[in-house]
Design a protein around this ligand. Structure first.
Ligand code: GDP
Ligand code: IMO
Ligand code: MG
Length: 422
């Protein structure tokens, strides 16, 4: 049996969905443990393309149990839509368990997300406006609505009345529409009808699965530079996307984790605001954006594009105990002439190899680069050995610098376009 964590090592959109789907064939269970439908995980197989937001990426395999665990914030209305989309795509048989402890994103969380962003104006975070932050706020303030509440109508009604006293006060003060507890209760009861068969104690389920030697894959959303504690705060999301949070977000013991696969794009992208030292503001940036189709899965925003940053990568791999790297979108770097990798920063004339906590300092960091020779390889490359020496050198530099092996190399969006090493 094995417990494997998939985590984003950069600013999100590293290809976690593709690699989760790829590794899921060897798993019994796939688990989302944090974040919500701010995630957009793209999966391509048999000429079909799916963009999952809250559903775990094991959903296409009917023998896999997919778990939405405690640490996730779940929009029940959007989940119903997503389930319908997957069904319309021909996936009718799937197994889904939803933790009774996971918090629900309510319609007012979306309103508040938008309002907070407007108030911040040019200091806005650039959120996905899916209500993620406001839902985690209510969780911490102990007035959240949980999935399990959908199974206890009387309790849910009382809870909505209490919670909405506070929320309506806030909504009113921001000039937003208020919510009627009965109306919201009725809407929730409708989705409860569809979701209740999936809601259960997933802590209990997962710990039993570990005792039963099941293969479990934990699928992170976002990336470690968006971690609320260690990312570029406040330009972060409101959860912790790394392996460090798996025990908390799912209720399993830390010692149960066997492997941590850090998903790393062969270059860097970021959506939303905040510092990004290796960002490219030139034609090369545009070229990589077009070649990599770097437009947001959730918000369709053009992603900011930059060179690979090993200061970011090494720190995040160390912090999360990564045991291997899955290097993705490597094909996008074919025939790039001015190829570079950042291995340090220059801050106020000094060379540093860490990420300053101060946003001001981080914004002033200038990348220090090593140049790489351009390379090309065929679409249907099947083995690492077939790659030209220049491509191998790029990968070897990443391995030597981070001390972590690139065991999976992704050279296309399809499941099949994946090279396994070692
Ligand atoms: P996630 O949020 O980490 O799951 O990543 P996204 O799905 O948001 O973004 C990754 C994008 O790259 C998606 O459009 C994938 O289909 C695509 N993709 C994944 N791996 C590769 C790859 O190796 N090569 C290319 N060209 N595209 C890839
Ligand atoms: P996946 O799982 C990339 C970014 C937003 C914004 C910040 C806060 O597809 O990699 P939020 O809505 O979470 O409050 O927004 O985080 N962000 C992501 N960027 N990929 C994601 O998910 C993201 N989820 C949130 O753009 O900068
Ligand atoms: Mg994404």
């Amino acid at each position: 049996m094995s417990v494997v964590v998939i985590e984003g090592a950069q600013w999100g959109d590293e290809g976690k969905g593709k690699i989760t789907d790829f590794l899921a064939s060897k798993s019994d269970i796939v688990v989302r443990f944090q974040g919500g439908n701010n995630a957009g995980h793209t999966i391509c197989f048999n000429n079909k393309k799916f963009a999952l937001r809250s559903l775990p990426s094991g959903i296409f395999n009917e023998s896999i149990v997919n778990v939405i665990a405690d640490g996730v914030v779940l929009n029940p209305f959007m989940l119903v839509d997503e389930i319908n989309e997957v069904k319309e795509g021909g996936i009718t048989n799937f197994n889904l368990l939803i933790s009774n402890r996971c918090h629900l994103i309510m319609p007012y969380h979306l309103d508040l997300d938008g309002a907070y962003e407007s108030l911040l104006s040019d200091k806005k975070i650039g959120t996905t406006k899916k209500g993620i932050g406001p839902c985690y706020i209510d969780k911490a303030a102990r007035r959240g609505i949980r999935a399990g509440d959908l199974l206890e109508p009387k309790f849910l009604k009382e809870k909505l009345e209490t919670t909405l006293k506070v929320k309506n006060l806030e909504l009113r003060s921001l000039g937003l529409k208020e919510y009627d507890p009965i109306d919201l209760y009725n809407k929730l009861m409708k989705v409860a009808e569809l979701l209740k068969e999936h809601i259960c104690d997933t802590n209990y389920y997962l710990n039993k699965a570990i005792k039963d030697n099941k293969n479990i894959l934990f699928e992170g959303a976002q990336g470690m530079m968006l971690d609320i504690d260690r990312g570029t705060y406040p330009y972060v999301t409101s959860s912790s996307p790394s392996s460090n949070y798996v025990p908390q977000g799912s209720g399993i013991p830390p010692k149960a984790i066997d492997e941590v696969v850090a998903i790393c794009k062969a270059y860097t992208t970021r959506v939303g605001e905040g510092p990004f030292p290796t960002e490219l503001f030139n034609e090369l940036g545009d070229k990589i954006r077009e070649k990599g189709h770097e437009y947001g899965t959730v918000t369709h925003r053009a992603r900011r594009v930059g060179y690979l940053d090993l200061v970011v990568l090494r720190r995040n791999l160390e912090m999360s105990g990564a045991t291997e790297i899955a290097l993705t979108l490597f094909d996008v770097l074919r025939n790039i002439k001015d190829l570079k990798i950042c291995y340090a920063y220059k801050l106020d004339g000094k060379i540093i190899d860490y990420i300053p906590a101060s946003l001001d300092e981080y914004s002033r960091c200038e990348p220090v680069y090593k140049d790489f020779e351009p390379f090309d390889f065929k679409d249907d490359t099947k083995t690492f050995e077939e790659l030209p020496i220049e491509a191998k050198n790029y990968i070897k530099y990443i391995e030597d610098f981070t001390g972590v092996k690139v065991k999976i190399l992704s050279i296309g969006s399809d499941r099949e376009q994946t090279i396994l090493r070692y």
